[in-house]
Design a protein around this ligand. Structure first.
Ligand code: HSE
Length: 433
């Protein structure tokens, strides 16, 4: 075939990097037919050659110097898969300044320094492609940048961390404890190198910040997103949720409050009715529900992690970057500063699930109900199982719509009651869409 060759520098050769190399080779002919280029990885930068997966690519491609990629004038696309926020930032900045296109899957970097990076990209008139940064193989970035461009985005609700979804699914379906399910997820290699990022909710938070930037043209600072992880969910919450007809999912919620022009942005474990379509998203799968004013609700579903699905997104970005090498690429950069503020988390409203472990004696339920009443919080339903351990009884209350601030005040007061044991567990009941 007489197609021209486009040279690519790949930085990082972990699971995803090796998957990108393998699958570019595997689908080389198809990609050439579709893009009009031979896409060739001509250098691979790794931290330590001794520890690199040298058997998975020709050894002469490997280098420990990122400058071998940056300073090679024949390389026109840099793929950043090294992770972290410092060296990766310098690599991307260096690539843009040298007129190279960039592909990255680094959600933490974009969430923390996206504003800076896109300013550099605009100044250099070079693109940054980042399909792999959110929800692995699901093409949600391009869908929001291109296919949904005609819509005012009203909300985005996503299951965007495969590790947490795997853990919660195993707790619900196999009755595993949180600890056993986490150990299983780690054994299967789903968790990030530092699993704390997954279970604390921060991996999902980084992705939610990126989705918010696509929805509302604004990079929300990391200290303005409310983030809770799944560490405190116990088997009894799983059992109560099941009894009540719900599942628990770690959700990223991005919602526009048009009257105040503020954005609600949060990641929290939340109860979803078992009949809701997102409730059926299981294991490491992710799903993102986008509500637009013209399109209504759309749902994007697929593998949120794993080398092959994520490489599908990285290679799509490489193909996109190849298009940019043409004289009229016709693709735009994301705009900034469309909306002003982030909604204070205390002002966000929902229904709630509250579990209180309390002494099993007369009057306890009345005291808890009194605190809720004083805070103008309505009770939708109450469960207290007859069978429970010793003299401590779990009381589960489903609470009516109320601002989060008011619920937290009530929670603090309930936690101080002398009949209450430990910190009560609170989760939102989510209205999706
Ligand atoms: N550790 C992430 C997850 C995969 O579990 O979803 C890539 O973001």
């Amino acid at each position: 075939m007489s197609a021209p060759t486009l040279k690519i520098g790949l930085a990082g050769f972990g699971n995803v990097g090796a998957g990108v190399y393998r699958n570019l080779e595997k689908n080389r002919k198809l990609l050439c037919e579709r893009t009009g280029y031979h896409l060739e990885i001509s250098r691979i930068a790794v931290r330590n050659r001794e520890k690199a997966r040298l058997a998975e690519a020709p050894t002469e491609l490997f280098t420990e110097n990122l400058s071998d990629l940056l300073d090679d004038p024949e390389i026109s696309i840099i793929v950043e898969l090294i992770g972290g926020t410092d060296q990766a930032f310098d690599l991307i900045k260096g690539a843009l300044e040298r007129g190279k296109s960039v592909v990255t899957g680094n959600k933490a970097l974009l969430a923390e320094r996206g504003r800076e990076l896109f300013a550099i990209a605009e100044a250099c008139d070079r693109p940054i492609h980042y399909e792999a940064a959110v929800a692995g193989g699901i093409p949600i970035i391009k869908a929001m940048q291109e296919s949904l461009i005609a819509n005012h985005i009203q909300s985005v609700t996503g299951i965007i961390n495969g590790t947490c979804n795997y853990i919660l699914t195993r707790m619900f379906e196999a009755g595993l404890s949180y600890e056993t399910a986490l150990a299983e997820a780690q054994e299967l290699g789903y968790a990030e190198a530092d699993p704390a990022l997954d279970i604390s909710g921060w991996d999902a938070a980084h992705k939610a910040i990126i989705l918010a930037s696509l929805s509302y043209g604004r990079w929300v600072p990391c200290d303005q997103i409310h983030v809770e992880g799944i560490e405190n969910i116990r088997s009894e919450d799983v059992n109560f949720a099941t009894t009540l007809g719900y599942v628990i999912k770690l959700l990223g919620v991005i919602r526009l409050h048009s009257e105040t022009r503020s954005i609600e942005l949060r990641v929290q474990p939340s109860l979803l009715p078992v009949r809701h379509i997102l409730a059926s998203v299981k294991g490491v799968f992710n799903a993102v529900a986008v509500q637009g004013d013209l399109v209504g609700e759309t749902i994007f579903y697929g593998s949120g992690a794993g080398a092959d699905p994520t490489s599908s997104s990285v290679i799509a970005d490489i193909a996109d970057a190849a298009m940019w090498t043409r004289p009229n690429p016709g693709s735009g950069l994301v705009t900034h500063s469309l909306y002003g503020d982030t909604l204070p988390i205390g002002d966000s409203i929902s229904k709630y699930y509250l579990r209180v472990d309390a002494e099993d004696r007369p009057g306890v339920l009345a005291r808890i109900a009194a605190v809720l009443g004083e805070n103008e919080i309505g009770i939708l339903s109450v469960i207290q199982p007859e069978e429970h351990e010793a003299d401590t009884a779990p009381i589960v209350l489903m609470l009516h719509y109320a601002p989060y601030r008011r619920i937290l005040t009530a929670l603090d007061q309930i936690a101080l009651l002398d009949c209450v044991r430990g910190r009560p567990i609170l989760m939102r009941v989510e209205d999706v869409g």
